[in-house]
Design a protein around this ligand. Structure first.
Ligand code: DAH
Length: 343
């Protein structure tokens, strides 16, 4: 085989091996074997020197062509491999922009806060101011000034959390705020609501928590009657639970009101026909109320011969349970993040 045939065979072999190189590593091995300093192509170029003079021109031309062809093929292969690699990477990292995103969890207002704000709005519209009294009270304000002397049997309905300080307790209801407002406002007329937390040492059940809210209402003035109380509560019930609500006043007893009543609303679920929620009575109890007892007016600094007043107290949890159809008060304060989004 003459020199030129050898060159052409060499080129064929180089290009075949190049085509077989499937990755960068194989390509680099190929480069070292064929184009490296001690590679086969430079060796073929060097062979010129060992040839007889008359053969050099033809061989030189041929070997140069071979070198250029092999080099060009190498560059093209290198380019192709790097493009294939990039392509594969892009494919592997591809993002499907048509997939639905993951919605971030956003907070929302607690149903009790929402209910409280709704109650505030209704009473604010009727001219009531909001007064915030204290959570920690004295036995005097929580009971005695409200006509529950020490040892009074009505205290037993409000099992009390005591503190290490004698006669300092957690308030069992918002009613002591009545005395605080009257003593602060005297002798102005009063129209306030007093929202806040109350605490009772209770067995926790579906209907009772140890901590719960109340919204107290108090109006004191010169000509306030039970009819005013009824009208106010009726307007409240229609605003919160919807037009056409019926209220039922049942006589009751609280030490700080006389007369006293418990108020029922016609069941918002069955419309009064009778269902599980209203225990087939058609009525739901929503609050206690009455005309402020003369002793309480006096304790607040108002002369009961000149002034009268009404008071009421409701449980916003009860209102929220009705509005949102919740049948267990414990959901409100269990801190279970699955509950809130459902309301
Ligand atoms: N303080 C009472 C309780 O916690 C609720 C109540 C009843 C408040 C009648 C009032 C009222 O202002 O007039 O059970």
């Amino acid at each position: 085989m003459n020199q030129l045939d050898q060159l052409s065979q060499l080129q064929t072999q180089a290009l075949d091996e190049l085509a077989a190189a499937q990755d960068e590593q194989a390509l680099e091995a190929w480069r070292i074997k064929w184009l490296g300093r001690k590679g086969l192509v430079p060796a073929a170029v060097k062979r010129i020197g060992s040839l007889p003079r008359e053969e050099r021109a033809a061989y030189g031309k041929a070997v140069n062509q071979l070198k250029q062809a092999v080099q060009a093929a190498f560059e093209a292969r290198k380019q192709a491999l790097s493009e294939a690699k990039l392509e594969a990477e892009l494919k592997a990292e591809a993002i499907d922009v048509t997939l639905p995103g993951r919605r971030p969890q956003v907070g929302r207002m607690h149903p009790i806060s929402r209910t409280l704000r709704q109650i505030y709005e209704v009473f604010a519209y009727m001219g009531f101011q909001i007064y915030t009294a204290r959570d920690v009270e004295t036995d005097e304000y929580n009971f005695q000034l409200l006509n529950f002397p020490k040892g009074h049997p009505a205290r037993e309905m409000q099992d009390t959390f005591h503190t290490t300080v004698p006669d300092v307790i957690l308030r069992t209801h918002t009613s002591p705020g009545q005395i605080r407002v009257m003593r602060e406002r005297h002798p102005e007329p009063i129209r306030v609501i007093l929202p806040g937390k109350c605490y009772r040492y209770e067995q926790v059940t579906a209907r009772a928590e140890m901590m719960f809210y109340q919204v107290e209402g108090l109006a004191v003035g010169r000509n306030i009657t039970f009819a005013d109380l009824k009208g106010t509560l009726h307007a409240f019930a229609e605003q919160v639970f919807g037009e056409g609500r019926k209220l039922r006043f049942r006589t009751s007893h609280f030490p700080f009101t006389e007369p006293s009543a418990e108020v029922d609303i016609d069941c918002i679920l069955c419309g009064g026909k009778g269902c599980r929620v209203c225990k087939y009575t058609g009525w739901l109890e929503i609050l206690g109320c009455g005309m402020v007892h003369p002793n309480v007016l006096r304790n607040g600094g108002y002369d009961p011969d000149e002034f009268t007043g009404y008071a009421f107290g409701m449980g916003p949890e009860r209102v929220a349970m009705l509005l949102y159809g919740i049948d267990d008060i414990r959901y409100f304060y269990a801190n279970d993040a699955r509950v809130l989004p459902q309301l």
